[in-house]
Design a protein. Structure first.
Length: 385
């Protein structure tokens, strides 16, 4: 791979995490599940990609998310957020708030619409990202800081809107291989030189049960390899006991199950992001690159429904943003201005099927919301789940 070289300090940081993971592998008999490797690579205290101080978002980071492309993304989302708050409670909880850009855009647009939340809560595992969020919001919405509060864990009970943009894809995922002689869980071992290599062991427990169900439903042939995110399922189900009224609005890239486990993805969806380069090697510079898997939205709604929540809508990001009036918002900008030209280019990427418009989906899951949600007024694809 022809990827940018890290600085000596970054290389040393990655080496410390590498040694940490090596010790974990040795302590567990020479093998750990990939989900555990992914958890350590992303979230090991002080060392993981999201828990250390490396810059992740924007031109100087590893990737750009939708809120970083244009404020119109958050402004359009605000219309849906406002509707759910009106039907439940005037509180927003953003889980995994990144740089704080989406929070700022949502608050400014909700203020413009005269429907500010009484509280805007943020839950983020990264102390570094919390600091960035606080800096962004202090600069962008200083007058709204009294409404902001950072949490260390999910609230025991919650009413209002939960927002998660590119949240589920960063949750640790198991990797499973359907072989001629059974179902195996893929994991990480050490070779003679101490480098990370793939290793497989027979799948057991919840991983085996989930893989058997998927294999039967999708008629997977021997040799098929893919991911199963038990953590994402558990997170969605957790809200069954916490959400009293309101909705989760989750935006991420992924597919319904039969598309997720399709022959064109016979090697899965695991992808790594380093300095705006996407590549498939999860063992490259642990701690310095993001690891992601696409979302099986069928699994998410099944877990949530099993916990007593309802599916309120599911559609592509492009259709959702159109339903929320993003083109009207774009039209409010002077069409001969530089701002308009930049915003139009960003909106094109957010909407077009060959860009982010189709790969990214929006799913709404909730309780106590009786009215149809505006973001799914046209093009709702719930029947595909």
């Amino acid at each position: 791979m022809n990827l940018p070289l890290p600085s000596p300090d970054a290389q040393a940081h990655s080496q410390r995490l590498l040694e940490c993971i090596r010790r974990e592998i040795v302590a567990h008999g020479g093998w750990i599940p990939f989900a555990r490797y992914m958890e350590l690579a992303l979230y090991a205290p002080g060392l993981g990609y999201y828990t250390a101080g490396a810059r992740k978002f924007g031109a100087a980071g590893d990737f750009i998310t939708a809120p970083g492309m244009s404020a119109l993304f958050g402004q359009a989302l605000a219309r849906q957020v406002a509707q759910v708050m009106a039907a439940s409670a005037p509180v927003i909880l953003e889980v995994g708030a990144g740089s704080g850009r989406l929070a700022a855009d949502l608050l400014l647009e909700l203020e413009r619409r005269a429907c500010l939340p009484e509280q805007y809560l943020i839950l983020d595992l990264s102390a570094d990202l919390r600091q960035r969020q606080q800096q962004t919001l202090a600069a962008e919405v200083p007058h709204l800081l009294p409404r902001l509060r950072w949490l260390d864990a999910l609230p025991e009970s919650f009413a209002g809107v939960v927002v998660g943009n590119e949240l589920l894809d960063a949750m640790p995922a198991e990797i499973v291989a359907w072989r001629e002689n059974g179902i195996f869980e893929r994991g990480v071992e050490l070779d003679a030189a101490g480098s990370f290599v793939w290793g497989e062991r027979p799948a057991t427990g919840a991983v085996l049960a989930a893989a058997q169900q998927i294999g039967e439903q999708c008629q997977l042939p021997p040799g098929f390899e893919s991911e199963i995110s038990l953590a994402a399922r558990a997170w969605a189900a957790e809200w069954g006991g916490r959400l009293s009224a309101g909705a989760l609005l989750l935006i991420d890239y992924g597919f319904p199950r039969r598309e997720f486990y399709h022959q064109q993805r016979a090697r899965g969806t695991l992808m790594c992001h380093y300095r705006h380069h996407a590549h498939p090697d999860p063992f490259y510079l642990p701690g310095l690159q993001d690891l992601t898997v696409h979302v099986d939205f069928t699994a998410i709604i099944a877990a949530a429904h099993g916990a007593g929540l309802e599916l309120l809508g599911y559609t592509s990001q492009g259709q959702f943003l159109l339903n929320c009036g993003i083109l009207d918002l774009l039209g409010e900008l002077p069409n001969d201005s530089v701002d308009y030209i930049r915003a139009a280019g960003a909106v094109n990427k957010l909407l077009m099927p060959h860009e982010m418009g189709e790969l990214f989906k929006v799913i709404a899951i909730g309780r106590g919301i009786d009215e149809a949600l505006c973001g799914f007024a046209s093009g709702d694809q719930s029947r595909r789940l």
